[in-house]
Design a protein around this ligand. Structure first.
Ligand SMILES: Nc1ncnc2c1ncn2[C@@H]1O[C@H](COP(=O)(O)OP(=O)(O)OP(=O)(O)O)[C@@H](O)[C@H]1O
Ligand SMILES: [Mg+2]
Length: 283
């Protein structure tokens, strides 16, 4: 069986080959890369909107984690950033321009994997690079399958893979076009603890070299703090942005950071907010 660790050197290779404009990018003084301004999303099916009056400015190259209890509107917010869901009121801007639909600048990993069932795993990952006319789409796809530890199943159909494996294919597919913005909805939720830890390290390694802007939805508070520059905590009924926390730990981060008292204290503070919010949605 392939382990992700055995594949790690391939990631370095892939990333070193990547678009150098991304690799050297620093946070510009200009407009935020993603900007949500007083956005409300009301599906009309509850007494409260799914998201109410949310504002969030995310800089180029910033890694933001979104946390909050089930149903607080995290996926809805991500869909707004992805251009799949227009806000009922308010604005969403990408690089200062109003977002009018899905953008090629955004790679998206959905909460439920959404692979093309009629394409092989390799062809699923090569699809984006092919569509953008990038050179050597199959080479890009093979490198990424190495990165997510799935080289052995390149020619398989998605339906023959476990849920966690399909999710990793989805992650490889989102990375394949080297998008400057990565929108990830619980991307590691279906993975076992060991694979999840390896994928977190792989993602940090990719982020460190390419510096995409990342919005990462998760239920895992430790994961959010370990990965992100900023943790945004949402509240529910209606979905609102409750608190934001800057994560003070230097990069590159090793897992040992989770034992630091400041990490434990931040985890405790966030956990209390989320527990109180989760109780609300049980009423
Ligand atoms: N397409 C839709 N049509 C109608 N209601 C929707 C739609 N999508 C989401 N909702 C509602 O909006 C609210 C927020 O849902 P959302 O999926 O964004 O929550 P979430 O925070 O991602 O939850 P989870 O952690 O369980 O994934 C819920 O009340 C949900 O029922
Ligand atoms: Mg969700």
């Amino acid at each position: 069986m392939i382990t992700l660790k055995a594949q790690a050197p391939r990631l370095v290779h892939l990333v070193e080959d990547a678009d150098s404009a991304h690799a050297t990018e620093t946070v510009p003084a200009g407009p935020p890369r993603l900007h949500l301004k007083n956005a409300t999303v009301d599906f009309g099916n509850r007494q409260w909107p799914a998201v109410e009056n949310a504002s969030l400015a995310i800089g180029a190259g910033e890694f933001v984690a979104l946390l909050g209890p089930s149903g607080c509107g995290k996926s809805t917010l991500l869909n707004v950033f992805a251009g799949f869901q227009a806000p009922t009121s308010g604005d969403v801007l990408l690089d200062g321009e109003p977002l009018r639909g899905p953008s090629a600048k955004c790679g998206v990993v959905f909460q439920k994997h959404s692979l093309f069932p009629w394409r092989s795993v390799l062809e699923n990952v090569a699809f984006g690079p092919r569509r953008l006319g990038l050179p050597n789409p199959l080479g890009i796809a093979r490198d990424l399958l190495d990165t997510v530890g799935l080289r052995d199943v390149a020619s398989a159909w998605p339906s023959s893979l476990s849920g966690g494996m399909q999710q990793r294919v989805g992650i490889a597919r989102a990375l394949a076009t080297r998008p400057p913005v990565l929108l990830m909805d619980e991307p590691f939720g279906a993975l076992d603890a060991q694979t999840r830890a390896l994928m977190q390290e792989e993602l940090l390694s990719i982020w460190d070299r390419l510096r995409p802007t990342v919005v990462f939805v998760t239920h895992d508070i430790e994961e959010a703090i370990f990965l992100a520059d900023r943790v945004v905590v949402m509240q529910t009924r209606p979905g609102r942005i409750a608190r934001e926390f800057d994560v003070p730990f230097a990069r590159p981060r090793a897992t040992g950071v989770m034992d630091e008292p400041a990490f434990i204290e931040l985890r405790r503070e966030i956990s209390e907010i989320i527990r109180a919010e989760a109780r609300k949605s049980f009423r």
